[in-house]
Ligand binder design. Structure first.
Ligand code: SAJ
Length: 445
C-alpha cells in the first residue's frame, strides 16, 4: 500500500531529507533558520529585504542573538542560504512564517504581512507542504484567514491530508543568552491532529521540546496570554510607583522586599513605560479580537492606560526637580541616558524614551541623549545623535533622566557627575542602605 503523504513527509523529516524555508529573517526568523540548519536541514531564508539577503549570504549577521561565527559556517557549508525570490517555495517542503504583526494607527491589528506571506505560499502550495505560522496574532487567524486562502488557491489539496498547517508562537527574548530558540519550549497547535503530528515531528528535530495544544486558536491565545501577563504586571509595577509617590516611599525597595517572598510573587519593576515590538502590541491584538465578540478586556485596557501614561509621569518628575532647583523646564538642558526599549539591546521600537524626548522637546527643553547601542535616530523630523563626550554632557546638563539601564554604564560615576538625576530604573537604589546616600532633592525616583 503506498504511503500516505503524512507518512512520507515524516520519513523525510527523520532523514533530514527536507528543504525548510523560513519566511521573514528578523530576530525570530534568523535564529530559527540557524536552528534548523544546525539540525541538519537544507534551509532557505526568504526576505523581501535584499540587504538582509546579501548580508546573510556573506555570512554576516545583523541579529545580535546570532553572531557571525555561528552564521558564517552554516552559509559556507551550504546548509543555509537566503533569497528574496518567493518562487523558491515551489521547491520547499516546509515554510515557517516569521513576519511582523504591528498595529495600525487605529490600534487594530495589521496582519498585512501575514496575508502577503499566505498569498505567496498559496500560489505554490503542493502536496506534503508543512506551513507553520509563528507571527503573534489574534486567535482565529490561522483557521479563519490563512486556511481559506489556501483552499481558494488549491481546491484539490486537503488540509491534514495533502498539506499541514500549524501555529507555533515565537518566544524569542532578544539579548537573552540562557533561553534560546533551540532550548525554549515551543507551543504548537495544528488545524487537524495530523497537522500537529507532522508540525511537531518537524520542530522536534530542531527544537528541544515542543508543547502540543489542542488547536491553532489555543496556541495563538497562549502567546497573547504570555505577553498580556507581562504587560498587566508591568502596569501593576508602574501603579505601585504611583502609589509610592503618593506615600513618599521607594517603589523599588517595596517590590524588592516583596520579591523576597519565596512563593506566590513574581517581580516586575516600574520603568519609563512599555517598549518593544511585542509587549505593548500583543495585548492589543487580544483586546481587539474580544471587542469584535462584544467583550472588553478591562485588565488589558487599564494596563495600557497606566503604561502609556508613564512618559508623562517622568516628565513631570523632571519639571518638579528642576522647579525645586529654581529652573523652568523650558530652556533647561535635559540629557536622556539610554533610549533603547530595554537594557543591553540597540532596538528603539516603541521605546518610551522616545515619548519622553518628544514631551521634553514640546515643553521647550533642550534635549540630548547618550546610548552606547544607538548611535543616531530621527525623532519625528529631528536628527538625534548620541553625545560623544558623556562626562561633559553629564556635567553640563541641568537634569539627567535615566531611561534605559544598559549594563555598560557606571551608575555611581554618572550620579557623581550629574547635577540632578531622575532615575526611571532606580539603577543605584535597589538596596535600602544606598537609598540613604542620596538626599531626596538630588534624586527623584
Ligand atoms: N519592562 C518593565 N518592567 C519589567 C519588565 C519589563 O518596565 O519588570 C519593560 C521593558 O523595559 C521593555 C518592555 O517592558 O520596555 C518589554 O520588556 P520584556 O522584558 O518583555 O522584553 P521583550 O519585549 O524584548 O521580550 C519579550 C519576552 N520577554 C520575556 O519573556 C522576559 C517575551 O515576553 C516574548 O518572548 C517576547 O517579548 C516576544 O517576542 O513576544
Amino acid at each position: 500500500m503506498s504511503k500516505t503523504v503524512q507518512q512520507s513527509i515524516e520519513d523525510r523529516i527523520a532523514s533530514r531529507d527536507l528543504r525548510v524555508a523560513i519566511l521573514g529573517l528578523g530576530y525570530v526568523g534568523l535564529p530559527l533558520a540557524a536552528a534548523f540548519a544546525e539540525a541538519g536541514f537544507s534551509v532557505i531564508g526568504i526576505d523581501v529585504d535584499e540587504k538582509k539577503v546579501r548580508l546573510i549570504n556573506r555570512g554576516a549577521s545583523y541579529i545580535e542573538d546570532i553572531p557571525n561565527d555561528r552564521l558564517a559556517p552554516l552559509v559556507a557549508s551550504g546548509s543555509l542560504r537566503a533569497t528574496s525570490d518567493f518562487n523558491i517555495l515551489d521547491t520547499c517542503d516546509s515554510v515557517s512564517v516569521c513576519v511582523p504583526t504591528p498595529l495600525r494607527k487605529t490600534g487594530a491589528p495589521d496582519i498585512s504581512h501575514i496575508l502577503s506571506a499566505t498569498d505567496a505560499i498559496a500560489k505554490r502550495l503542493h502536496p506534503g507542504m508543512i506551513i507553520v505560522l509563528e507571527s503573534t496574532t489574534y486567535p482565529g487567524t490561522t483557521t479563519e484567514v490563512i486556511l481559506p486562502r489556501f483552499h481558494q488557491e488549491a481546491m484539490n489539496l486537503g488540509v491534514g491530508k495533502d498539506f499541514f498547517l500549524c501555529f507555533s508562537p515565537e518566544r524569542v527574548d532578544p539579548g537573552r543568552k540562557d533561553w534560546t530558540t533551540k532550548n525554549t519550549p515551543k507551543v504548537m497547535g495544528g488545524v487537524t491532529s495530523s497537522c500537529l503530528q507532522v508540525g511537531q515531528a518537524l520542530y522536534e528535530s530542531a527544537i528541544e521540546s515542543v508543547v502540543p495544544v489542542s488547536s491553532t486558536e489555543a496556541a495563538e491565545l497562549t502567546k497573547l496570554v504570555e505577553n498580556t501577563f507581562r504587560a498587566v504586571n508591568i502596569g501593576l509595577a508602574n501603579e505601585v510607583l504611583l502609589i509610592c509617590d503618593k506615600l513618599g516611599l521607594n517603589a523599588w525597595e517595596v517590590i524588592e522586599a516583596a520579591a523576597t517572598k519565596p512563593f506566590g510573587f513574581m517581580k516586575f519593576l516600574p520603568g519609563p513605560g512599555l517598549g518593544g515590538h511585542c509587549i505593548p502590541i500583543d495585548p492589543q491584538y487580544l483586546s481587539w479580537k474580544l471587542r469584535t465578540l462584544g467583550y472588553t478586556a478591562r485588565f488589558i485596557e487599564l494596563a495600557t492606560e497606566i503604561n502609556t501614561a508613564m512618559p508623562k509621569y517622568w516628565v513631570h518628575c523632571i519639571q518638579d526637580i528642576l522647579n525645586e532647583d529654581g529652573k523652568p523646564l523650558r530652556g533647561s538642558n535635559v540629557l536622556v541616558i539610554g533610549v533603547a526599549y530595554k537594557k543591553n539591546v540597540g532596538d528603539l521600537r516603541e521605546s518610551p524614551a522616545l515619548d519622553i524626548l518628544k514631551l521634553l522637546r514640546d515643553k521647550g527643553a533642550e534635549i540630548s541623549y547618550h546610548d552606547p547601542l544607538v548611535s543616531a535616530f530621527t525623532l519625528d523630523e529631528l536628527e538625534m545623535v548620541s553625545v560623544t563626550d558623556l562626562d561633559r554632557a553629564l556635567e553640563s546638563a541641568d537634569c539627567v533622566l535615566i531611561a534605559t539601564d544598559h549594563a555598560s554604564y557606571d551608575w555611581a560615576e554618572l550620579y557623581a557627575r550629574a547635577r540632578l538625576v531622575v532615575d526611571t530604573r532606580a539603577t543605584l537604589h535597589r538596596e535600602q542602605d544606598e537609598i540613604l546616600q542620596y538626599s531626596q532633592e538630588q534624586v527623584k525616583l
